[in-house]
Design a binder for this molecule. Structure first.
Ligand code: GAL
Length: 940
């Protein structure tokens, strides 16, 4: 097995850079990442007042174009909202609650939490005058979920899926040469999956500019056929004409290899499609002696599609692809490039420790590399379309992929999702199979399942005939979906008789789409239900499920089965089976939520990877268990292993193929040592030593971290004074950082209810009971007018704008939960008059120098509980009768800075994910704990 070296990664980035410059020289097309500088606030699921009055207007945004109101209106004042960068998952930022969703990891957000189920995002962007005439669109890689998007107050559409990408053309609404406002309202009140799904804009967002004759979204489809040493590449491109182009055009298709060198090119003559029509053009391009995409050598090519008219390039579009062949054989399993490959797969959800579903791209590479290191060669995106960067990582690192849609059905909702998934992903060489469903218990065994599968299968073939279709099936392997699906997806040996099914359906290839579902807690060797601990020895978890070893022995011994996908590679939030609260993550993973290996990783590595493995478990810190028997297991692919305790041999044992070795050892502190032999020769030694107490904190950059990454994964551990890792340490560590920020912390403990993210607490406090009385002038000296009890009425009620007083005094209340020294309190005033002066609890407040409509409120003028605010101002005058005047005085923002980032170690480890500041040369992370020597790491 080959792990990508930093040099290769560097080469790949050079490839990317060369590609980008190739493109930039030749095209007007721009794809601009707009993840930075968004404003965010929670709204409310059903209380429109708490949803900033959205959709309360007399004419709704569905009644009149451009009538989006509340936060969806361009002029909405969002100065008090939190600033953040995408990707963002608001669910992971919340605390845990027993009342929250079991399947979503008990995060107090989404379903059942109406005040944490609606997220509003706003962003302003400038679009230049020179962009006039271009097609301007917004591209979202995925928003969880049910998002509505507005642009300059125009409603663009609703996207229900929390997983599919979508794009909106905003050309007609653009304010050229000025400011434009993008607003997204995400509604995570409903769950799509039975696993943690996050909430909000958790994937990238782009602004795209093209000429009006352009390659549509996901508009190329590149396939290849290999004959002898050559490949015939078929490049299909779909273009649309949203402008006045007419007549002859030229379509130029150029293929470059990984070094950026042109390997083939072809030009076709065509005719521009009519206004708002699309047209498809297909070119056949020969590539001689192609470097095939393979697991160990994931060679990629790039197709540059250019549209020209009268010699001028109108659009250019880039598509990564790979040249490879795939085949399923009902007798012999799966073949990649004609070579038989046993699929050694894992299922995975998309979340990671600390950061939920908002994974920086680097984390996708980190996770795929961890799986490859275990010897895995295949990944099932269970049970939803993944983010595009996951697929890029699989393409670049050499990992086969089953790409899965969310829901079975034959209507627009289902088929359109499937279509968009396939059209988005079909150029990825890593994808070898589409999955159109998983464990659809209601229908899988019957005629309805059969009908739906026939349609979805045929439908996916109509979009991509080059890949087969599977469904993960669990309830019996006999009828319904099982009888018609192209590649049988067995979910668990315990759910039926796999051999019997295969004997009945001899022409149907099959694979284990799910196997395992075993329970293990990393670093735990005794099951203790009172602590929700599952021992990490591989074991049969439930009567109808099997151990990892039983599973692999079954699949490895049947050539007709293409392989198996373990449930799961990594632990994930939610589904903490066999427990419930306060367990919040799953126990199924071969690795924990951070990617720290449980011992089963080494069972798999022994039989999946190509390198010699010797792993000895458990650790040897069993103080208090002296003289008691401990199960000692060895995972290895050596022929024989001899075990020693304090230099005394406990016997040499022969390793059975796909097995493991066991000893019962009476505990004495010291050194447990395993020696592995191959062909009679000692090749590996592994020790577990009893350690001293924790003394020193050690921080290290994970070895899978790319050297030039902005985001780094840091391992936190403690050692004894001899430098030995202490496997039982559970110290709480406090972190500090300079030159960057911390994105999240985790430790792999399924029962940890510690914070994942330490965030300043932002509270928007409304001004209530807002009243007014008339005044002759704005008189700051006359304090008695503030206390005057007479003449007050609700502010702006029945205001006769034609006969206003020359000045008004307004007063209202706001409540403060506390008046902490560390609070930062500001009043964001919205104009209800001119020449205003503002008082809080009788004290005149000066406007800020940076923003004349912002008033910083010092602790000295505030108190816990009810506070009074008074505003004196001359009224605003209507210009036209129908002018709508602002009656909202603004909002108080209270920010309570977060405490320091901290996390307990769990059985010796924690993980911290850090992001370098753009301008900083390096990041320094320090970790301290009472009684331990501080650890520091510098990331250049
Ligand atoms: C399967 C299901 C998975 C997961 C797993 C847990 O039935 O497909 O999504 O829930 O069970 O054992």
């Amino acid at each position: 097995m080959k792990i990508i070296s930093p040099k290769e990664i560097l080469l790949y980035f050079t490839f990317l850079i060369s590609m980008v410059s190739f493109a930039q020289n030749k095209s007007d097309r721009e794809l601009i990442l707009i993840d930075k500088y968004w404003r965010f606030s929670f709204g409310h699921l059903y209380d429109t007042q708490k949803d900033f009055g959205h959709a309360e207007g007399y004419f709704s945004y569905l009644a009149k174009t451009g009538f989006a109101d509340g936060p969806a209106a361009p002029g909405f004042d969002d100065r008090a909202w939190r600033k953040l960068d995408l990707p963002h998952d608001w669910a992971v930022e919340q605390s845990f609650s027993e009342k929250a969703s079991f399947s979503h990891g008990f995060k107090a957000a989404g379903k059942g939490f109406p005040e944490k189920s609606i997220g509003w995002y706003r962003k302003k962007i400038a679009i230049e005058k020179s962009d006039q005439g271009k097609i301007i669109s917004l591209k979202f890689d995925g928003v969880f979920r049910n998002s509505k998007v507005f642009f300059n107050g125009h409603f663009l559409g609703t996207e229900e899926s929390g997983y599919n990408g979508f794009e909106y053309d905003v050309t007609a609404y653009v304010n050229y040469g000025g400011e434009n406002t993008i607003v997204v309202r995400a509604d995570a009140s409903m769950e799509e999956g039975w696993f943690y799904e996050g909430a909000g804009i958790y994937r990238h967002v782009y602004l795209q500019k093209t000429n009006p004759l352009y390659v549509i979204q996901n508009g190329t489809y590149v396939t290849s056929e290999i004959q002898d040493n050559n490949a015939e590449v078929t490049a299909e491109v779909t273009i649309e004409n949203k402008g006045k182009y007419k007549g002859a055009i030229e379509i130029l298709q150029t293929i470059t290899d990984a070094s950026g060198k042109q390997v083939a090119s072809i030009s076709e003559n065509a005719v521009a499609p009519d206004f708002y029509k699309t047209a498809k053009y297909t070119s056949k391009i020969k590539v001689n002696n192609p470097l095939l995409w393979d697991l160990d050598a994931p060679n990629l090519y790039r197709l540059f599609t250019q549209i020209k008219q009268e010699g001028k390039i109108i659009d250019s579009y880039e598509s990564n692809f790979g040249i490879r062949s795939i085949k399923f054989d009902p007798e012999k399993g799966f073949f990649l490039n004609g070579k038989s490959i046993k699929l050694k797969g894992t299922n995975n959800h998309q979340d990671h420790a600390g950061i939920g579903t908002a994974l920086p791209d680097e984390l996708q590479y980190y996770r795929i590399k961890k799986l490859k290191e275990m010897g895995s060669n295949a990944y099932r995106c269970s049970h939803n379309p993944p983010t595009p960067e996951l697929l890029d990582a699989c393409d670049q690192l050499g990992m086969l992929v089953i790409d899965e849609t969310r829901l079975m059905g034959i209507n627009e909702y289902h088929l359109n999702d499937l279509k968009r998934l396939i059209e988005r992903d079909r150029n990825h060489p890593s994808i070898f199979c589409w999955s159109v469903g998983n464990e659809e218990w209601n229908i899988e065994g019957g005629i309805v399942g059969e009908r739906i599968t026939n349609i979805m299968q045929g439908f996916s073939k109509s979009i991509d005939p080059t890949r087969p279709v599977t469904v993960g099936i669990s309830s019996g392997f006999k009828s319904g979906i099982s009888s018609v699906v192209e590649i049988m997806g067995y979910n668990y040996m315990g759910n039926g008789d796999i051999d019997a099914h295969r004997n009945e359906f001899k022409n149907q290839p099959g694979m284990g789409t799910e196997e395992g579902s075993t329970f293990a807690t990393r670093g735990i060797y005794f099951t203790d239900d009172s602590k929700h601990y599952q021992s990490a020895y591989d074991k049969k978890p439930r009567p109808t499920f099997y151990s990892i070893e039983e599973g692999w022995k079954f699949y490895a011994s049947r050539p007709y089965l293409a392989g198996m996908f373990i449930w799961t590679g990594f632990d994930y939030r939610g589904e903490p089976t066999p427990y419930g609260w306060p367990s919040v993550t799953s126990y199924f993973g071969m690795m924990d939520v951070c990617g720290f290996p449980k011992d089963n990783v080494f069972y798999l590595k022994s039989w999946w990877a190509n390198e010699p493995v010797l792993h000895l478990m458990p650790h040897w810190n069993w103080s208090g268990m002296e003289g008691k028997e401990i199960d000692v297991w060895v995972h290895s692919n050596c022929d024989e292993v001899e075990l020693f305790l304090n230099k005394k041999s406990l016997g040499k044992k022969k390793m059975e193929q796909y097995g493991h070795l066991e000893w019962k050892v009476k505990y004495t502190p010291g050194t447990l040592e395993a020696i592995g032999y191959k062909n009679g020769k000692k090749i590996l030694t592994e020790v577990q030593k009893t350690t001293g107490n924790p003394e020193v904190i050690k921080l290290s950059v994970d070895k899978e971290n790319p050297s030039n990454a902005i985001v780094s994964v840091i391992t936190v551990e403690v050692t004894d004074k001899k430098g030995l890792h202490v496997p039982t340490a559970n110290d709480q560590i406090t972190f500090s950082i300079s030159g960057g920020k911390i994105l999240g912390v985790g430790n792999g403990d399924p029962t940890s209810l510690e914070k994942d993210i330490f965030l300043d607490d932002t509270n928007l406090v409304p001004i209530t009971d807002f009243e007014e009385r008339k005044s002759v002038s704005v008189d700051n000296a006359n304090q008695s007018a503030l206390e005057d009890a007479n003449g007050w009425k609700p502010a702006f009620k029945d205001r006769d704008y034609k006969n206003q007083a020359s000045a008004y005094i307004y007063r209202g209340k706001f409540e403060l939960k506390n008046n902490l020294q560390s609070n930062i309190v500001d009043f964001f005033y919205k104009k209800i008059g001119v020449n205003e002066s503002v008082f809080v609890n009788g004290n005149l407040i000066n406007a800020s120098t940076d923003d004349p409509q912002k008033y910083h409120l010092d602790k000295a003028v505030l108190k816990e509980g009810t506070n009074f605010i008074t505003i004196r101002a001359s009224p605003l005058q209507k210009v036209k009768d129908w002018d709508v005047m602002n009656t909202d005085p603004g909002i108080i923002k209270v920010v309570t800075p977060s405490e320091s980032w901290k996390r307990k170690l769990f059985n010796g480890y924690a993980q911290i994910i850090v992001q370098k500041n753009e301008k900083a040369g390096e990041v320094t992370l320090s970790a301290s704990a009472k009684g331990l020597q501080t650890g520091t790491v510098v990331i250049k």
